[in-house]
Design a protein around this ligand. Structure first.
Ligand code: ADP
Length: 324
């Protein structure tokens, strides 16, 4: 392997820059020519590919977002798009790719790698933590920290006014951000996509809280919750529970930004370093991830197909016990 390119694709996540830096510098350290692709797969199609040196990744480890930009690219799903992308890689003599992104990115990588035989290593970069093979994905820890900071602020006002707040957090169909945020913020309840929580159960809990002199309550609602988002749930609860004034906050995209936590900087660095080392060993079609406190590989195929319920059982149990 002489020339390797790196790209970020799909939703951006804090820690991607730390990972890009590690990929570029580990490659250069090992005598590889490194390239950066702007705007994910769109950049491969548009030939937005440029040479990177060690200084191209200076002063980025602390930045959120991705300096390589990212994009959702429909054209890459077509054979014509993939062929254009491959031609552009060939023109630069690039023989391997590191792709940082989520399940969509990996689905594209799998098809592309199988079609053209190009070597690919994936790094799980998404705040949703919804891939098999890594306990944590890049950006997940920072997103939780961002949620916590916001919820703590909301709690101040909730408590001063005796209010009930429904706070909606991101995660698509994964409740990972919601569950960890709920534990970290001492929320009264959490509504997760993976688990059915009946309205009756929630109202009973809120009634108990009110009767035992809780002055305010925070309910974390995952955006993928089956009974609807925070607005819908708040509306239904309001019809039957009126101890507090009820408010809704949707945290939205602020959860995707911000300076990465130490955890995400280290994770990005470890996974970027590992991605290049896997390519140097001759491996391909693997995702590098963190399991326990070790970097481990999983086939991209498995990362995509084996994903299931990823919520820690003790945390789930604690949402009941610690909120009494
Ligand atoms: P994420 O990687 O965060 O899940 P997306 O789902 O938007 O984000 O996927 C990122 C990109 O991966 C898409 O914009 C598209 O270019 C590519 N991609 C997704 N699915 C496929 C597919 N079936 N075939 C080829 N490329 C795909």
């Amino acid at each position: 392997i002489k020339n390797i390119a790196v790209l970020t694709s799909g939703g951006d996540a804090p820690g991607m820059n730390a990972c890009i830096r590690a990929v570029v510098r580990t490659g250069i350290y090992n005598g590889i020519n490194m390239f950066g692709v702007l705007q994910g797969y769109q950049g491969l199609i548009n030939n937005n590919i440029s040479h990177m040196d060690a200084r191209s990744v200076s002063n980025i480890i602390h930045l959120g977002g991705t300096v390589l930009k990212t994009a959702r690219c429909l054209e890459f799903k077509t054979d014509e798009g993939m062929e254009l992308a491959y031609k552009n890689l060939q023109a630069h003599d690039i023989d391997a790719l590191v792709v940082i992104g989520g399940d969509g990115t990996f689905t594209g990588a799998k098809r592309f790698g199988e079609k053209f035989g190009i070597r690919i290593i994936g790094v799980p970069g998404t705040i949703d933590n919804d891939l098999y093979g890594s306990d944590f994905t890049l950006g997940y820890d920072t997103a939780i920290n961002t949620v916590i900071e916001a919820v703590d602020k909301i709690r101040d006002t909730a408590d001063s006014h005796d209010r009930l707040f429904f706070i909606e957090v991101m995660g698509r169909d994964s409740g990972c951000i919601a569950l960890r945020s709920a534990i970290s913020c001492g929320a009264e309840a959490v509504l997760l996509p993976e688990k059915e929580t009946s309205l009756n159960e929630l109202i009973t809990k809120l009634e108990t809280g009110a009767s035992t002199k809780k002055s305010s309550s925070i309910v974390i609602v995952s955006e993928g919750h089956k009974d609807g988002g925070a607005y819908e749930v708040a509306k239904k609860v309001k019809e039957r529970f009126n101890h507090y004034d009820t408010k809704v906050t949707i945290l939205g995209h602020l959860q995707r930004g911000g300076s990465p936590s130490s955890f995400d900087r280290i994770l990005g660095s470890r996974l970027g370093f590992a991605a290049i080392n896997e390519l140097l060993k001759g491996n391909t079609m693997l995702m590098v991830g963190l399991r326990g406190n070790d970097v481990k590989t999983t086939s991209i195929e498995e990362a995509l197909t084996k994903h299931t319920f990823k919520l820690e059982s003790d945390l789930l149990e604690m949402t009941k016990v610690l909120s009494i």
